[in-house]
Design a protein around this ligand. Structure first.
Ligand SMILES: *[C@@H]1O[C@H](CO)[C@@H](O)[C@H](O)[C@H]1NC(C)=O
Length: 446
């Protein structure tokens, strides 16, 4: 295609200019615009007839995704001459644009090629020339982004009728094999992150896209497998009838986007029961592929104390309660600390703390409380106590503090008052007698 060549030339020029400008040679980037070479692991199994068992074989492989029509790329990029014991899979250009879906640096990708077993039946795939007595060889290439941005699976076929099919991929890939195989990509499924975390009552988009090498009807199903193993159909779309056959009440698909290869599912106001593994199933002809996305519901706890300032009288006992509520999942931890009176000292963990058992709320979240009995002493006047809560939804623990004010007990005050009165009374009496004595001892003036 002219436009493709034009783009390639333009990119070459751009990189050329940039290279010149930076004075750094990065020839690889030009190459990657029109083709991609991925280091892969080829996995297959071999039957051991004597044991009627399987043996798994792994071999290094190159997957060359080519965007150009030329077949002169017999050998992969010259920078990487094939090492011994490495297979090379060259995916010839087709109307399936794989490169468009693998838009990331090669060193950020992980690739695996496996055989796709067809149960000894010939898959009738439009456009594929097949020989009656020979089965096509089917493979899947799975390319995963290392930071879990996406996963792409490509179906690759080595047609039994193709010229290159003489170079068949042997069932048992023996050691020291460095052969090159030509395949065509016929179907691709791309999902977004394989693990998604969401809070309660949010809308969540489960991203799934597909691409087929010919114009055809695609059936789409979304199935949820819940924690207990229970499977639930969420959405079913019939491609040939162009209609939705089943729909969960909170699930939506973008029907206008389906012909463009968009099979994403939107879940509205997710709850605890929506957590689980969602599989995006794409059915084309008789090829079915399912790719999984895990949805985790994570909700932050609300932490409250039964007071902000607690005024106690010396000797009183009071329950200090920390309520940890409406969080998900179940595992949350709460600790009470006694803050130091002076700065620069470490808080002291309160050890006699009791936790109530977890209560499950109607929305599926959990709540519990953590408390201890404080016996007020004058030394603790002005002391702060902190409840510290940890949960997987929190980057940093939640801390809530209260200050305790302790006053002297009233009975002690009364005792002091009585003591003071008695002492004062004694003093008065003594002073009186002293005065009396002094006046009687006075000599008579006559
Ligand atoms: C599918 O369509 C929706 C709605 O337009 C959009 O938000 C989403 O990004 C699309 N997903 C893919 C994989 O194209």
């Amino acid at each position: 295609m002219n436009c493709r060549i034009y783009t390639a030339v333009c990119c070459f020029l751009c990189t050329g200019i940039l290279n010149h400008h930076n004075g750094v040679a990065t020839a690889g980037s030009t190459f990657s615009q029109s083709s991609r070479q991925l280091s892969c692991l080829f996995e297959t199994s071999e039957t051991i007839p004597s044991l009627s068992d399987f043996k798994y074989i792994r071999q290094n492989a190159w997957l060359l995704l080519s965007g150009t029509k030329s077949k002169d790329t017999k050998r992969p990029h010259s920078e990487n001459p094939p090492a011994a014991n490495t297979l090379t899979f060259i995916v010839q250009e087709s109307s399936l644009d794989i490169l468009q879906h693998v838009d990331e640096d090669t060193d950020k990708l992980e690739c695996k090629i496996s055989r796709y077993f067809t149960d000894n039946t010939q898959i009738l795939w439009p456009g594929l020339q097949t020989q009656l007595h020979k089965l096509d060889s089917w493979f899947t290439g799975t390319i995963k982004h290392l930071d879990d941005k996406f996963t792409v699976t490509v179906f690759l076929v080595q047609s039994s009728a193709s010229k290159e099919a003489e170079n068949r991929i042997p069932e048992d890939v023996s050691q020291g094999n460095t052969e090159t195989f030509y395949l065509s990509g016929v179907l691709l499924v791309r999902t977004g992150p394989s693990v998604i975390q969401s809070g309660l009552n949010k809308d969540v988009l489960l991203s799934c896209a597909f691409s087929v090498d010919h114009n055809t009807d695609v059936a789409i199903k979304w199935i949820l497998q819940q924690k207990g193993g229970h499977k639930k159909l969420i959405f079913a779309y019939n491609g040939s009838a162009r209609q939705v056959e089943y729909k969960d009440k909170r699930a939506e698909m973008f029907l206008a986007e389906i012909p463009k290869g968009n099979a994403s599912l939107l879940l509205r106001t997710v709850g605890v029961r929506d957590a689980g593994t969602y599989s995006c199933q794409i059915l084309v002809s008789s090829v079915l592929w399912a790719q999984n996305i895990q949805l985790e519901i994570v909700e932050k706890p609300t932490v409250t104390l039964n007071a902000a300032v607690l005024s106690l009288v010396e000797g009183d006992e009071h329950k200090l309660v920390c309520d940890i509520s409406h969080f998900y999942p179940h595992d949350a931890e709460a600790q009470w600390f006694q803050e130091p009176m002076q700065q620069g000292m470490l808080p002291h963990l309160v050890t006699h703390v009791v936790s109530s058992s977890h209560r499950q709320n109607s929305d599926g979240t959990y709540s519990f409380s953590s408390y201890f009995l404080l016996k007020a002493s004058l030394r603790d006047d002005g002391r702060r106590y902190t409840c510290r809560v940890e949960h997987q939804s929190l980057k940093h623990p939640i801390k809530k503090s209260l200050t305790v004010k302790v006053t002297e007990s009233t009975s002690a005050t009364w005792l002091l008052v009585i003591l003071f009165v008695v002492l004062a009374g004694c003093l008065v009496v003594m002073l009186y007698f002293l005065y009396q004595g002094m006046s009687t001892n006075k000599p008579k003036p006559y």
